[in-house]
Design a protein around this ligand. Structure first.
Ligand code: ZN
Length: 157
C-alpha cells in the first residue's frame, strides 16, 4: 500500500464478488450480538466500518442479494452463489457500510479494538483461555476442563 490511492480489496468465498474500500477504514469492531452470530454462523463477527462513499463493488454486483431485517432496521447482503456475508448496513448510520474483516486479504488501516453487544456473547465462545495440544490428535489444541471462571450456573455447556 503506497502512493496516493490506498485501497484494501476483498472477496467472497467463491470469488464471484469482489470489492474494495479506501483505507484507512473508519473503524473496526467485534459484534457479539445474537443477530450477527446467526448471520455469520460464528461465535462473533468482526467488521470493518467504511464510509459508503469509500466502498465499491468491483465485480459481481449481480451476484449480490440482500436481506432486509426490518425489525432491526438493518440490511445484510451476501453472495447468492456461496453465501458469504458481504455487507451489514444499519439505518441509523446510513453513511456507513460494515464489511466482514475476514473478507479482506490485507490490511485495512484499522485494528478491531471495539466490542459491541459483549453481553450477548455465548458462554461457549472462546475468550482466549489457555490451550494445550490434544494428545493423539495432531493439529488439535483444546481447553482443559475446569478452567471456566465465568460465573453462571455451572451447568453443562
Ligand atoms: Zn461468492
Amino acid at each position: 500500500m503506497r502512493g496516493g490511492s490506498l485501497t484494501a480489496a476483498g472477496q467472497c468465498l467463491c470469488g464471484a464478488v469482489e470489492f474494495e474500500i479506501d483505507v484507512p477504514a473508519r473503524w473496526a469492531w467485534h459484534d457479539h450480538s445474537a443477530a450477527g452470530r446467526r448471520a455469520h454462523g460464528g461465535a462473533y463477527a468482526t467488521y470493518v466500518g467504511s464510509w459508503r462513499s469509500r466502498f465499491r463493488v468491483t465485480r459481481g454486483q449481480a451476484a449480490i442479494t440482500r436481506f432486509e431485517d426490518t425489525a432491526a432496521r438493518a440490511a445484510r447482503s451476501f453472495c447468492a452463489r456461496c453465501g458469504t456475508p458481504l455487507t451489514y448496513e444499519r439505518s441509523h448510520s446510513p453513511q456507513m457500510v460494515n464489511i466482514p474483516r475476514a473478507l479482506f486479504a490485507g490490511r485495512t488501516g484499522r485494528e478491531p479494538r471495539y466490542h459491541i453487544a459483549i453481553e450477548e456473547a455465548p458462554e461457549w465462545a472462546w475468550r482466549g483461555e489457555p490451550l494445550v495440544p490434544l494428545k493423539g490428535f495432531p493439529g488439535v489444541v483444546w481447553e482443559r476442563p475446569g478452567r471456566k471462571k465465568r460465573g453462571g450456573s455451572g451447568g453443562l455447556f
